[in-house]
Design a protein around this ligand. Structure first.
Ligand SMILES: *Cc1c(COP(=O)(O)O)cnc(C)c1O
Length: 388
C-alpha cells in the first residue's frame, strides 16, 4: 500500500483569469441588444480597437487562436504535398491547422538560447514546395522577422505568425502580428487579455479580406449581405463557423479598455522576477528568459531554463510543497505520439532541451509583489541545497 501524505493546498496557482469588473456590465449590455450571435456591436468595437491601435489591415474575431490558424490555412489553399515549416517547440494548434489541410509538416529547431524558431534552420529546410512558414513568438518575444521574411520571399512562401502570446509586443518597434500575411492571436484565459475561449485573425494583405469574411461565415457571403452590398446571400466557398458570440466580445472589450494597465502590471511582475533571480542565474543554476535586442517582453510569461529534467522535476516538487504551482511547457511536436512516425528523423536538440528543462512560474495580474518574493525565496532555498 502506498502512503498518502497530505499535499499542501495551492496558495499560488499558475494562472488566475483576469477580471477587471466592467466585463459583467458589458455582457449585460450585449444581452440587452437582443442580438448575441457574432459580429454585434462589441465585436465591431474590438475590431476597430486592434486595427487602429496596431495597424493591422483587417482583423476578425474568431472562437480561438486555433480557429484563426485554421482559417489562415484555408485561405492559403494549403493542400496535400505542400510543405509548411513550423517550430517543434509549440502548441499543437500551430501544426495541426496545416495538418488538417494535408500539408507536409517540416519541424524546425529552436535557437540554442531561446525557444523561438532558428532562422538558420528555416533557411536549410525551405524547398520549392514550401508554401508557408509559421513562426511562434514564444512568451510574446519576437522571432527574427527580417530573416524569416527574407527567406520566405526567396522561395515565394507566405509567412504566418502564431501571435497567440504576443498581444501588444513589438519587433524593432513594430507590432507583432503585422508581419505575416496572416497572424493569429488568442484570448484564452491563460493569455494577457482574455474572454475565456477566443481568438482573432489579423489579415495584413487586403486581397484576402473578402474571402476571409466568407470562410468565417460558413462559406457564405453573409457579411456582404448585412452590409447591404448584395440582396441575398448563399454558399459561395468552403468555410466554417469561426465567429464568436458578441457576449464573449463584450467580455473582451472590458479587458481591452484596460489593456495598458494589464500590460503594465504583468511587465512589472516579470521585471521583479528577473531582478530577484538574476544572482542565481549568474551563478549558473538556471537561465533566465533572453529578450532579443529586436524584441520586447510583453509580460506574457516568466520562465527558467533548468540544468536538467531531473532538477526541474525536483524544483516543481519543492515549489508545490510550498503551495506554488509552476509548470513545464510544450512537449516537442516532432516526438509527439501523433507525429513521431511521420517525422523525418532529424534531431532537434534545442527544442528537446526546452521540453525537458523549461519551467514557467506563476504570472497573473493579481499576483502580488510579496507573492513574487515568496516564490523567489523558495527557489533560492531550493538551490541553497544544490551543488553548482
Ligand atoms: C494559446 C496558444 C494557442 C492556442 O490558442 P487557443 O485560443 O486556445 O486556440 C496556439 N498557439 C500558441 C503559441 C499558444 O500559446
Amino acid at each position: 500500500m502506498s502512503t498518502t501524505h497530505t499535499q499542501q493546498p495551492i496558495i499560488i496557482p499558475f494562472n488566475k483569469p483576469y477580471l477587471e469588473g466592467r466585463e459583467m456590465g458589458y455582457i449585460r449590455d450585449a444581452i440587452a441588444t437582443g442580438k448575441i450571435s457574432g459580429d454585434g456591436a462589441f465585436t465591431k468595437k474590438c475590431h476597430a480597437y486592434f486595427e487602429s491601435r496596431y495597424g493591422f489591415a483587417r482583423v476578425l474575431l474568431t472562437t480561438s487562436c486555433t480557429d484563426a490558424l485554421e482559417m489562415a490555412a484555408l485561405l492559403l489553399d494549403i493542400r496535400e504535398g505542400d510543405e509548411v515549416i513550423v517550430p517543434a517547440f509549440t502548441f499543437v494548434s500551430t501544426a495541426n491547422a496545416f495538418a488538417l489541410r494535408g500539408a507536409k509538416l517540416v519541424f524546425a529547431d529552436s535557437l540554442p538560447d531561446h525557444p523561438n524558431i532558428d532562422p538558420q534552420q528555416v533557411r536549410a529546410l525551405v524547398t520549392p514546395r514550401t508554401r508557408a512558414i509559421c513562426v511562434v513568438h514564444y512568451a510574446g518575444m519576437a522571432c527574427d522577422m527580417d530573416s524569416i521574411l527574407e527567406i520566405a520571399a526567396g522561395v515565394g512562401a507566405v509567412v504566418v505568425e502564431d501571435a497567440a502570446q504576443a498581444v501588444d509586443s513589438y519587433y524593432k518597434g513594430r507590432p507583432l502580428g503585422t508581419f505575416g500575411t496572416f497572424s493569429a492571436f488568442s484570448f484564452h484565459e491563460t493569455k494577457n487579455v482574455i474572454c475565456g475561449e477566443g481568438g482573432m485573425i489579423a489579415i495584413n494583405d487586403p486581397k484576402y479580406v473578402p474571402r476571409a469574411e466568407i470562410v468565417r461565415e460558413k462559406g457564405t457571403n453573409r457579411s456582404a449581405f448585412f452590409r447591404g452590398e448584395i440582396d441575398k446571400y448563399g454558399w459561395v466557398d468552403v468555410g466554417s463557423s469561426f465567429l464568436p458570440s458578441d457576449v464573449l466580445a463584450a467580455y473582451l472589450w472590458g479587458q481591452l479598455e484596460c489593456l495598458d494597465d494589464i500590460q503594465q502590471r504583468r511587465k512589472a511582475i516579470s521585471a521583479r522576477y528577473r531582478a530577484r533571480l538574476d544572482a542565481l542565474a549568474k551563478r549558473g543554476y538556471f537561465e533566465l528568459p533572453q529578450v532579443p535586442a529586436h524584441a520586447t517582453d510583453n509580460g506574457h510569461m516568466f520562465y527558467l531554463v533548468c540544468r536538467s529534467l531531473a532538477e526541474r522535476t525536483d524544483l516543481i516538487a519543492a515549489l508545490r510543497a510550498n503551495g506554488i504551482l509552476a509548470t513545464f511547457h510544450y512537449l516537442s511536436l516532432h516526438s509527439s505520439p501523433y507525429f513521431t512516425e511521420r517525422h523525418d528523423g532529424r534531431a532537434l536538440p534545442n527544442s528537446d532541451r526546452f521540453t525537458d528543462c523549461l519551467l514557467r512560474l506563476p504570472l497573473y495580474y493579481e499576483l502580488s509583489d510579496e507573492q513574487v518574493d515568496f516564490i523567489c525565496g523558495c527557489i533560492e532555498a531550493f538551490f541553497r541545497t544544490r551543488e553548482l
